[in-house]
Design a protein around this ligand. Structure first.
Ligand SMILES: [Zn+2]
Length: 245
C-alpha cells in the first residue's frame, strides 16, 4: 500500500501549479499526487460496492489554466455570477467587490487546491441521464439532486473519519469561498502543500517575474494585479488559509 512516505516531496513550484512535480497519471483520475490517487482509488472501489460510480469531473489544474479562467473573469470576458445566480456587472460593483465576487467561485492562480493533485471534484454519471450537462451546483448534491445519495454516503464516512483521508474543505462555514459539496480533498497529502503557498513567491509569479519557479516567459501577468497586491494578506486569510487544516 502506498502512503505519503513513498510519494514525491512537494515543492514550491508544484504547490503553485507551475510544475508537474511528482504528479502521476492514472487512468480515470488523470494527474494526481500519488498518495491521494491511491486513496481515491480505494474510495472509488468502496463507492462501487455501495452502488455508486464515483467519478472525477475535475482534478489537477495547472497555474496557466487557472490564470486563463481568472483573467477572463477579471477582464469581463467570462460571466461572473452572484450567489443568487444573477449576472454581475464590473462597472456597478467597482474593482474591490468585483475581485471578491470572482474569488468566491474561482481561486487566484497559484492558490488553487487543484494545483496539488490532492483535490478532486466528484460526481456520479450513472445517477443522471446520458448526456447530462454537469453544472457543479450545490442543488445537484442537495436533498433533491441526482447526487444526493452519493453525497450523503460520503458524509456518513467523513463523520466517522473513514473516507480514506478525504474531507470537504468548502462547506460554506469558513472563509469566503462558496459551498462546494463536490470538492474532496485528501487531507494527509494536501496539508503538505499548504506551508508552500506563500505571498512572496505568489506576488513574483503574478507579476510575471518567476521564470525560476517554472512560469514560462510568455505567461501573462495577473489581471487586476494592483487590486490583488493591495489586499493580498486579507485575500490569503479569507480565501486560502481559512481552509487549511
Ligand atoms: Zn474543486
Amino acid at each position: 500500500m502506498l502512503d505519503n512516505s513513498t510519494s514525491a516531496k512537494p515543492s514550491v513550484s508544484w504547490a503553485l501549479g507551475l510544475s508537474r512535480g511528482g504528479l502521476i497519471d492514472l487512468p480515470g483520475v488523470g494527474l494526481a499526487h500519488e498518495a491521494a490517487a491511491t486513496a481515491l482509488n480505494r474510495l472509488m472501489k468502496r463507492a462501487q460496492k455501495s452502488g455508486f460510480k464515483l467519478s472525477i469531473a475535475s482534478g489537477h489544474r495547472d497555474y496557466g489554466r487557472q490564470l486563463t479562467i481568472f483573467n477572463a473573469k477579471m477582464c469581463g470576458e467570462r460571466p461572473v455570477y452572484g450567489d443568487s445566480g444573477a449576472l454581475l456587472s464590473k462597472q456597478l460593483l467597482g474593482s474591490r467587490d468585483w475581485l471578491h465576487a470572482i474569488l468566491r467561485y474561482s481561486a487566484l492562480p497559484g492558490t488553487s487546491r487543484h494545483h496539488w493533485g490532492t483535490d478532486f471534484d466528484i460526481w456520479d454519471p450513472t445517477a443522471v441521464p446520458k448526456g447530462y450537462a454537469l453544472q457543479l451546483q450545490p442543488s445537484e448534491y442537495g436533498r433533491d439532486g441526482p447526487f444526493a445519495q452519493l453525497s450523503s454516503w460520503l458524509t456518513s464516512l467523513m463523520v466517522k473519519d473513514d473516507a480514506e483521508g478525504f474531507y470537504r474543505p468548502y462547506t460554506g462555514e469558513l472563509g469566503g469561498v462558496a459551498p462546494e459539496p463536490w470538492h474532496l480533498s485528501h487531507r494527509p497529502s494536501a496539508e503538505l502543500f499548504q506551508p508552500l503557498v506563500e505571498s512572496a513567491p505568489l506576488i513574483q509569479v503574478w507579476s510575471g517575474q518567476a521564470q525560476q519557479l517554472g512560469q514560462s516567459p510568455e505567461c501573462e501577468a495577473l489581471a487586476g494585479l494592483r487590486e490583488v497586491k493591495a489586499q493580498h494578506e486579507a485575500i490569503m486569510a479569507e480565501y486560502v488559509r481559512s481552509y487549511w487544516v
